[in-house]
Design a protein around this ligand. Structure first.
Ligand SMILES: Cc1cc2nc3c(=O)[nH]c(=O)nc-3n(C[C@H](O)[C@H](O)[C@H](O)COP(=O)(O)O)c2cc1C
Length: 346
């Protein structure tokens, strides 16, 4: 039945702006969204974003070069200006521009000077925000795309509103393309975002649990086993971030030890204890580092970032399969298939 119907188009103006086929963005996850994952998403028709927060300019060169070898599709580099030492940020941006990077994705506080710098260089700017006020600031500073991040999101969470409510509010106040981010791991989420007038979705958790992601297999397996209710929002993983910066993680021995007091931790008073290593780099308990392919040590006690959509993740497929399943399901829904037909193979 479904295969006789014409293809529902998922194409939005965001696809034209970014140069992708379907409006699904890979979140620029620090450590996790390296060239292999960004290339897999881009080659499957989505939009790849390299997660380069606080990485050295040399790693940026290595990753951008490898990504360009693996795909000729456009991509962006993600940086978090407000959580990066000004000197390093300057060096990162300079290196990106030298490399001919044409799009940036920024997150956390809006820093108008940083947007102006890359806009003046002719780059596109996608800005993820957690409040309507921040969306207005980002637009005023020159952003081309607003990414509305909801409290369901994995990793650092800037606002406290549910993603769809926030996106609807921002949509009512801007003509820029708006992308919904947070808790979206299925075609239902993608179809819902398009139905409210958003131009696409951004997914972190859904792509973290894929073959190409640089996350440690242990982290991927915890996402497969988790339900959305297994995640908590806490600011205990805060070393090296400003006080009060909250993250959504899968509950573990560290969060179990908080007895429900997830919020209100002061990085200045948390003990510094090495629990793992990445090469010769120590990883501290309570730090924002999540376990990567290269990490050894007490992985269970690290920040196991995941969004509330983790419950729908049941395997670790190639990223292309995750994307194709999501878009096929969204198309079936937009074509009006009955709920029981939605999971059918197209
Ligand atoms: C492991 C992980 C790392 C993340 N790192 C970053 C980052 O470096 N920069 C950024 O802008 N967002 C980062 N995020 C947040 C994402 O941009 C996005 O808001 C989130 O993944 C959306 O929610 P979802 O995980 O439920 O899809 C990260 C998210 C995860 C899961």
């Amino acid at each position: 039945m479904t295969e006789q119907l014409p293809e529902a188009s998922l194409h939005t103006r965001l696809c034209d702006l970014l140069g992708c086929e379907v409006p699904v963005l890979l979140a620029g996850m620090g450590g996790v969204s390296r060239w292999e994952l960004a290339a897999a998403v881009a080659n499957a028709g989505g939009y790849g974003i390299l997660g380069m927060v606080r990485e050295s300019p040399d790693l940026i060169t290595t990753e951008v070069t490898a990504l360009r070898t693996a795909t000729d599709r456009p991509f962006a580099v993600n940086l978090i200006p407000a959580a990066t030492e000004p000197q390093l940020l300057e060096a990162q941006i300079t290196r990106c521009l030298e490399l001919g990077v044409t799009a940036f994705s920024f997150f956390w506080d809006v820093m108008p000077d940083v947007l102006a710098r890359v806009k003046d260089a002719g780059c596109l700017v996608l800005h993820q925000v957690g409040t309507p006020d921040a969306a207005q600031m980002a637009e005023k500073a020159g952003a081309d795309v607003i990414i509305a991040q909801g409290v369901e999101a994995g990793g650092h969470v800037h606002g406290r509103s549910p993603a769809f409510g926030l996106a609807e509010r921002i949509l009512s106040e801007t003509d820029l393309p708006v992308v919904v981010s947070g808790g979206i791991t299925t075609g239902e989420g993608l179809a819902a975002a398009l139905a409210i007038g958003a131009s696409g979705v951004q997914c972190g958790t859904a792509f973290l649990a894929t073959e190409e992601s640089f996350a440690h297999p242990y982290h991927k397996s915890r996402i497969v086993a988790a339900t959305g209710e297994d995640t908590v929002l806490t600011d205990v993983f805060v070393l090296n971030w400003p006080k009060g910066a909250a993250v959504r993680v899968i509950g573990n021995s560290v969060t179990d030890g908080l007895q429900g007091n997830y919020i209100g931790h002061d990085p200045a008073t948390l003990p510094r204890e090495t629990i793992a290593h990445d090469g010769d780099q120590p990883r501290l308990r309570f730090s924002t580092d999540s376990p990567l392919r290269t990490t050894t040590g007490d992985l269970e006690a690290m920040a196991l970032f995941a969004g509330q959509g983790a419950g729908a993740i049941q395997d670790v497929p190639p990223a292309a399969k995750r994307l194709i399943d999501m878009t096929a399901q969204a198309r079936r829904i937009l074509l009006g298939a009955a709920p029981n037909d939605r999971k059918a193979t197209p």
